[in-house]
Design a protein around this ligand. Structure first.
Ligand code: UDP
Length: 371
């Protein structure tokens, strides 16, 4: 019987583990340096309020990939959920992502979809050809005023740099709509697991041939002899002991508050002004509208540069990072017996559904070659 080691118990690691033991005659050890499974998707009931809290910030499952959706539903029931985000700017509440309501409210107008499209086209910076960065992307598609109100300050707070230093792809994650659809995502499938994400991970990893070892770090001292293959989902620079330098990440941290009733009436409210030190406030009882709780717990989210002791969240992918990444990728290619996958091991900005899709593809490829 083959033995496989999986480093990391987030979606990449848990999906690979589940696929391997159910498709091959093998034993799998999953290690994670944290004391819990689920990586950044981990959820836990708050002891003071009973609310299911997304420990590392809001995770709303959304996808257009039916294979991923069919797969993940085998491990837990999802309730339909539509993420409707609000944003506060200069004492007013607007709808986010930018839609017809945002545009009409911001400019004090009652435009219809066609008029709004023409109006916003008129605001766009025509001097920009192919946008080379976040700022140019915004100036080209929504013009200076909407950009400065809703993106500039928020992005500076979240990423700690000028939006002109960031890739245009970050802004492309968000739609701009000329109707009143205020769904934060474009993907047709959207939901939240009824019993939280941790329950899904418990089910993914529930097999007699999977052993999970928590609070176990993968470092030089870790003995990999005896494993036929290693699936590594930790940070790629840490694997190589930072020999080519550190890749930059933003991290977030939360300030927790508990109060009675309903604090803000919505799951997520963003704050785009630079004078407000946090980027957003999330109130987690609104992620489970099918539950009822007298008390409520909400978190103010702050962003900062990642230091050695912080959890890396968002890969910055600045040009200096991409040069360092190339060196690590060259080393990965030379390694035999390892597969690198997931957000940290590939240094990519990935949503949950991307991570699951990648793990399904990688496990299929591996299983086919192992048979
Ligand atoms: N963004 C912004 N204002 C907002 C929401 C998002 O400026 O109210 C920017 C910000 O730079 C963010 C990017 O748009 O990183 C993409 O937003 P998304 O919600 O996809 O980011 P996530 O937090 O999911 O990574």
């Amino acid at each position: 019987m083959k033995n496989y080691l999986i480093v990391g118990a987030g979606f990449s690691g848990a999906v690979i583990a589940e696929r391997l033991v159910n498709q091959l005659d093998c034993r799998v050890v999953v290690i994670d340096e944290r004391d819990h499974i689920g990586g950044n998707c981990h959820t836990k009931r708050d002891s003071e309020t009973g609310v299911m809290v997304h420990t590392y910030g809001p995770h709303i499952f959304n996808t257009d990939n039916l294979e991923v959706w069919d797969y993940i539903q085998k491990f837990g029931k999802f309730e339909p959920f539509v993420n409707r985000v609000k944003i506060v700017y200069k004492g007013q509440v607007y709808s986010m992502p930018i839609n017809l309501h945002t545009i009409n409210q911001f400019y004090g107008k009652t435009l219809n979809p066609k008029e709004a499209r023409e109006f916003v086209e008129g605001l766009s910076d025509k001097s920009i050809g192919e946008p080379r960065n976040f700022e140019e992307q915004a100036m080209k598609f929504i013009g200076r005023d909407l950009y400065r109100a809703f993106f500039y300050g928020y992005t500076k707070k979240q990423w700690g740099c000028e939006p002109s230093e960031l890739p245009a792809s970050i802004l492309k994650r968000l739609p701009v709509r000329f109707n009143y659809n205020d769904n934060y995502y474009n993907n047709p499938i959207q939901g939240i697991p009824v019993d939280g994400y941790t329950a899904i991970f418990e089910k993914l990893l529930d097999h007699k041939n999977i052993e999970v070892r928590l609070s176990t770090k993968f470092d030089r001292k870790f003995d990999t002899a005896g494993y036929d293959h290693v699936f590594y989902t930790g940070p790629i620079d840490s694997f190589f002991e930072y020999r080519h330098g550190r890749l930059s990440y933003r991290t977030v941290y939360f300030e927790k508050h508990v109060t009675d009733g309903d604090y803000q009436g919505n799951p997520v409210i963003n704050y785009s002004e630079e004078s407000v030190p946090y980027t957003r406030v999330h109130e987690h009882k609104h992620f489970t509208p099918w539950e009822s709780h007298d008390k409520t717990v909400y978190f103010r989210e702050y962003s900062k540069e990642t230091t050695e002791s912080d959890i890396p969240y968002y890969p910055k992918r600045l040009s200096a990072d991409m040069k360092i990444l190339e060196k690590y990728q060259d080393e990965v290619e030379k390694l035999a017996g390892y597969t690198f996958l997931g957000r940290l091991a590939t240094y990519r900005y990935m949503d949950m559904h991307h991570v699951i899709a990648e793990a399904l593809t990688a496990s299929k490829k591996f299983i086919d070659s192992a048979r």
